[in-house]
Write a protein that binds this ligand. Structure first.
Ligand code: ADP
Ligand code: ZN
Ligand code: ZN
Length: 839
């Protein structure tokens, strides 16, 4: 990591390195150079948090990104005021990774820092006041009033005051005008004091004192003494019930949570008496929010093809950094991961396993926990701030040498990764849309692995075209698994022709005859059914039958989704909602009808068709709570649900043996992805959801309902030849200049005023056209959704040659252009959003 210290490979302790570049949480695309005061030289470390003055009046907390000896040319460097960390919070590899991310994804390194640190560790929090060191009170140019003097007096006693302290000093609540005046007179500085929001969890526990454990007699005597003190006796009995020390005296050491001991209504004062009399002792203990789990199962014995895949993967790793494991659904990729993870952990390196959205894949997490127990940390998107900090600290301390996590886990403080695995690597949810950094976690992870000199394994049944392309060019190693574990067969596909059924009057509540038959068959054999529809709510919109009115969001150019249960129309883009009107707001007609099917309505119609079946629904609306998803999965696993209707949540990683029928409610909707990736996405989505069927003995059945059974894509999916499909699609990608042949950058210009937004987008377009690299600039066009939350959207799409030099130059120039445009008064309030590798 020496390169971080500038060209001279000096350790930062060397006296000649007297400047530090500090990462600050401000929207300016660079670090800021500060002078390192002599007395702090020996303490300065990359990754440590520091306090610095920013501008004339602000004090900020930042992280040291670089130490060097080049004085800035444009300004005189101010000194670093304070170092907060003895142990750096962030390691040099992470900083290198942040720098790369900000450059590659065209965002500010402060934004990366903000995304990377869990908010529990995040820096600025409380505003504090300190005396301005450059202020000479004796020779102040302005007179101070009495209250101002009082504050300054207090600051001579204390190096800093909180706002609350100031209120106390003055005995009044309205201190802002006084502080403001003091700031204007340059007598004080207001700064954000770093306070970690993280609060450790501490429990009070009690246990028997030593004598009573080692000597059975004394316990008997004690019971005799307590015979007339039933309240104390009750506590003692309860303790012995919960902590069976006769079976194992060692159990007494851990004791029992005091709250638990008293939870059945025993008296606290009696417990106090017992403690006073030396029967019990109480002690405090730091509790891990993330509990300890003992490994309970061995890794499975690999099948022959799994063993061979492991060998091939390791073989490729000898020469290549990245390997793509292309294994059909149910081929047993998880056990292959387990084998590799074990080997890397034994060699002393760390492992990171990325999953698309952890809540969606608890099955795999449970399986891994059985094998790895508490060595494994889970970085969950539904974890609280405090829990996230514990995972972070667990990685720092070495408690977790292996982490399973969602995309943000690439920011954890690993220092010696040996392997990163990305499961379901084709998943679009690895890309972060908002806010910046708009990174693709798979791509970023490959870069992270490179910094650690680690290996990356990408796993998927339907690889992304980018990865498959790299594998076909030999850049990545390629390993294939073509049969399911235990030789269960791949499911059988059927197309249900909705148009034909309609003609023959066979459609019932929008379900085809074939789907109904297959469901009926499955229910008869006590098997389970999954129904996939990627649209939550009751119906996508409601429409007036008389005048054609549809409910539109007031802030966005989209129609409102009808949610029957809540009796509301909701915008899925901005969250706007309103009550369902009883008559048409345009013409007054009461003939309002619901159009199209969301999961809520499908659940309702299947209930009508199969009244004896037990229904379940899994979508964003039914899984909002922390364990909502888990509860539905548990019920489904326990066979308490016969038919489960769900959005893409049910397509990922579910492994339930009794699912034999998968229905794709609206196959046509899947085809209409508004993007050059439509084909790729449709293929992936259908294959993934189909892969949930027939994972054990029974062969699965997949029914795709469609009005276009002739569509060529269905034919390709049914054929199941991914390679052929890929090669055909590539022809178009090449012809029309799309990835993987070019790199895309999308820039969205946003403004509340249509004209102003358009003008800014055109100005940007004109400037970009001048950048001297090989490229195609498309747009600006009104966004796919013209307006979101009252902001008009204009999009430019840039197709860049795949060369690294082209991209670097383009991004550099783009940064300059945006800064210049932003400086134009007319464009001050315009927002520009740069999305590199959009998906
Ligand atoms: P994939 O992730 O490739 O779709 P899974 O890893 O979920 O497949 O494996 C499919 C099923 O086969 C799971 O139920 C898993 O427990 C089982 N399985 C896979 N490999 C083994 C093995 N070596 N021994 C026993 N069961 C296995
Ligand atoms: Zn109407
Ligand atoms: Zn809206």
């Amino acid at each position: 990591m020496q390169s971080l210290f500038g060209e001279e490979d000096f350790s930062p302790q060397t006296a000649s390195l007297s400047f530090a570049d500090v990462i600050l949480p401000v929207p300016i695309p660079r670090m800021f150079t500060y002078k390192i005061p002599r007395n702090l030289l020996s303490e300065i470390q990359i990754g440590a948090r520091v306090i610095v003055q920013f501008g004339r009046k602000k004090i900020l907390t930042g992280i040291i990104g670089k130490v060097h000896n080049k004085a800035p040319q444009a300004y005189e460097a101010k000194p670093i005021l304070e170092i907060l960390d003895i142990q750096p919070s962030v390691n040099p590899l992470q900083i290198r990774f942040w720098v790369w991310m900000s450059e590659y994804y065209c965002c500010h390194i402060g934004e990366v820092m903000f995304a990377a640190l869990p908010s529990g560790l995040r820096l600025s929090s409380e505003s504090k006041v300190q005396a301005n060191p450059n202020f000479d009170r004796e020779n102040a140019p302005y007179p101070m009033d009495e209250r101002e003097d009082k504050i300054l007096d207090a600051l001579e006693q204390n190096s800093e005051l909180s706002y609350e302290d100031c209120e106390k000093v003055l005995g009044i609540k309205t201190i802002h005008p006084i502080l403001k005046s003091l700031v204007t007179k340059e007598a004080i500085l207001i700064f954000e004091k770093v306070q970690e929001k993280y609060t450790p969890k501490i429990e009070t526990r009690v246990r028997l004192t030593k004598d009573f454990v080692s000597d059975r007699k004394s316990l008997e005597t004690l019971f005799e003494e307590l015979a007339k003190k039933p309240k104390q006796e009750s506590i003692l009995l309860k303790y012995l019930r919960d902590v069976p020390i006769f079976q194992s005296p060692k159990l007494n050491e851990k004791g029992l949570d005091k709250a638990k001991l008293l939870e059945e209504g025993d008296s606290e004062s009696s417990l106090k008496t017992l403690i006073k009399n030396g029967v019990f002792e109480s002690f405090k203990q730091l509790i891990n929010r993330i509990g300890e789990v003992e490994p309970e199962k061995e890794a499975a014995k690999l099948s022959r093809s799994q063993t061979q895949a492991v060998q091939e993967i390791k073989g490729h790793f000898e020469e290549k950094n990245t390997v793509l494991l292309h294994g059909i659904t149910g081929s047993g990729k998880t056990e292959i991961y387990i084998q590799l993870i074990q080997e890397v952990l034994e060699s002393g390196s760390q492992v990171l396993l990325l999953l698309p959205e952890i809540a969606l894949t608890t099955q795999i997490v449970n399986r891994l926990q059985q094998v790895f127990g508490s060595k494994m940390g889970v970085y969950h998107s539904k974890y609280s701030d405090n829990e996230r900090v514990e995972v972070w600290n667990g990685v720092l301390s070495g408690r977790f040498s292996f982490v399973v996590g969602v995309r943000s886990s690439i920011f954890l403080p690993f220092d010696s990764l040996g392997l990163i695995i990305i499961d379901e690597e084709h998943e679009a949810s690895f890309k972060q849309f908002d806010p910046a950094p708009r990174f693709q976690a798979r791509d970023a992870a490959i870069m992270l692995a490179y910094f650690h000199q680690a290996k990356t394994l990408l796993g998927s049944a339907t690889p992304s075209f980018e990865s498959y392309y790299n594998a076909s060019k030999g850049k990545y190693g390629y390993v294939q698994l073509t049969s399911r574990f235990g030789d269960s067969a791949l499911p059988e596909f059927h197309l249900a022709n909705l148009a034909a059924d309609r003609k023959k009057n066979l459609l019932k509540l929008d379900s085809s005859r074939l789907l109904r038959e297959k469901i009926q068959e499955a229910l008869g054999k006590n098997e389970q059914v999954l129904i996939f529809q990627n649209r939550r709510g009751y119906s996508p919109y409601i429409q007036c039958e008389d005048c054609g009115w549809t409910g539109q969001c007031v802030q966005c150019d989209v129609s409102l989704t009808y949610h029957q249960f809540a009796e509301e129309l909701r915008c899925h883009y901005c969250g706007y909602k309103e009550k369902v009107p009883s008559s048409c707001p345009a013409c007054g007609s009461t003939q309002l009808s619901t159009m199209g099917m969301g999961t809520e309505r499908i659940e309702e119609s299947l209930t009508l068709l199969f009244p004896e079946a037990r229904m379940g629904r899994m979508d964003l609306d039914t899984t909002r709570s922390k364990y909502g998803y888990q509860r539905i999965l548990d019920e489904f696993g326990a066979g308490q649900i016969d038919i489960l209707v769900g959005t893409q949540m049910i397509t990922k990683g579910l492994d339930f043996g009794r699912v034999t029928v998968v229905g794709i409610w609206d196959g046509d909707r899947i085809l209409n992805f508004p993007d050059f990736r439509a084909g790729e996405r449709a293929y992936q989505q259908i294959t993934q959801v189909a892969g949930r069927a027939g994972r054990r003995a029974e062969k699965g059945q997949v029914i795709i309902q469609t009005r276009n059974p002739e569509h060529s894509l269905f034919e390709k999916v049914l054929k199941g030849d991914y390679d052929e499909f890929f090669r055909q699609e590539l022809i178009d990608r090449k012809k029309f200049f799309y990835p993987p042949y070019v790199k895309l950058v999308k820039i969205t210009t946003r403004h509340t005023d249509f004209k102003k937004g358009e003008k800014a987008a055109i100005a940007l377009h004109r400037e970009m056209a001048k950048i001297p690299v090989k490229k195609i600039v498309l747009g600006p066009e009104k966004g796919l959704i013209g307006r979101i939350k009252n902001q008009y959207q204009f999009e430019s799409l840039i197709k860049l040659e795949r060369s690294g030099a082209t991209q670097t130059l383009f991004k550099e120039k783009l940064g300059e252009i945006l800064q210049e445009l932003q400086a134009i008064p007319d464009f001050r309030s315009v927002r520009w959003i740069v999305d590199v590798d959009p998906s």
